[in-house]
Design a protein around this ligand. Structure first.
Ligand code: HPA
Length: 271
């Protein structure tokens, strides 16, 4: 990755009017509706942004949306890049570096995840407290990384504590059940076997998904405070595992989505 590419991506977005956003938001699978609430939106399709990863066919709708949300300037990523689509770690985290260079000082991330902790139910939200990277690589493992930050990035507290505390308070006040736990990232796109779900429980995961961790590593590399919320879309019980129904997973994310939108909007008000 090169500084020059990043500068060009950022210059393009600034020329479109992406002016000093404070907050960056990554919207996960089935969680795109927050984008509709951006006021005075300016859109940039991923395919039009210089040096952005080339969107795949099924991903033609991916875009960055700039505007205001609860009175704050924000940039929203509608659609993210996944390893399972064939992108590499640098591709999938490139937008985080772009949003950082545009000026964001806080990053909100959402995703759809399966419950490993079986106290957590379909449709629940889970605030990510910590994570386990099972994706077999790092977005910081490239030659010129030192030009972008500390190679040996600290990960002792990857998720911002003050924003986590605020979000718990907001959830309590709004009567939204907000679990807390450890998110483990896998490559996918296949779902897990029963034996894998047993393993994920043993190693300390509460939820499993196919995203987020690379973005969080890069955000930590950039000293960017993060808050991340999983929408629990399925319960991964190895003793009673049913065949996966991806449409149902997406539907569950959509049903739970208004709670996530509420939490994020209320959190912005506190910033
Ligand atoms: N496994 C991995 N990723 C997921 C799951 C799952 O069970 N549910 C939603 N995303």
């Amino acid at each position: 990755m090169m500084r020059k590419q990043l500068d060009e991506s950022v210059a393009y977005l600034q020329s479109k009017g992406f002016d000093q956003p404070e907050i960056g938001i990554v919207l996960g699978t089935g969680l795109g509706k927050l984008a509709d609430q951006i006021e005075n939106p300016i859109e940039a399709h991923y395919n039009h942004i210089p040096f952005f990863p080339l969107a795949t066919v099924e991903f033609h709708s991916g875009k960055l949306i700039y505007g205001t949300l609860e009175g704050k300037k924000a940039v929203v990523m509608k659609g993210r890049f996944h390893l399972y689509e064939g992108y590499d770690f640098l591709d999938i985290t490139y937008p985080i570096r772009v949003m950082h260079q545009l000026g964001i000082t806080k990053l909100f991330i959402s995703n759809a995840a399966g419950a490993i902790n079986l106290n957590y139910k379909e449709g629940d939200l889970m605030l990510i407290e910590d994570h386990i990277n099972l994706q077999g690589g790092s977005p910081l493992a490239f030659k010129s990384v030192a030009q972008f930050g500390e190679r040996f990035a600290d990960m002792s507290e990857p998720y911002d504590v003050p924003m986590r505390e605020s979000l718990m308070k907001i959830a309590n006040k709004e009567n939204i059940t907000l679990r807390q736990g450890v998110y483990v990232s896998v490559v996918g796109p296949q779902l897990e076997t029963k034996a894998e779900y047993r393993m994920l429980k043993i190693i300390g995961a509460d939820a499993v998904g196919m995203s987020t961790v690379p973005e969080v590593i890069v955000a930590n590399h950039l000293n960017l405070p993060i808050v991340a919320v999983s929408v629990i879309t399925d319960e991964c019980n190895p003793e009673n595992l049913k065949p996966v129904d991806i449409d149902r997973i997406i539907k569950t994310a959509e049903v739970a989505e208004p709670k996530m939108v509420k939490l994020f909007k209320e959190l912005i008000k506190t910033l």
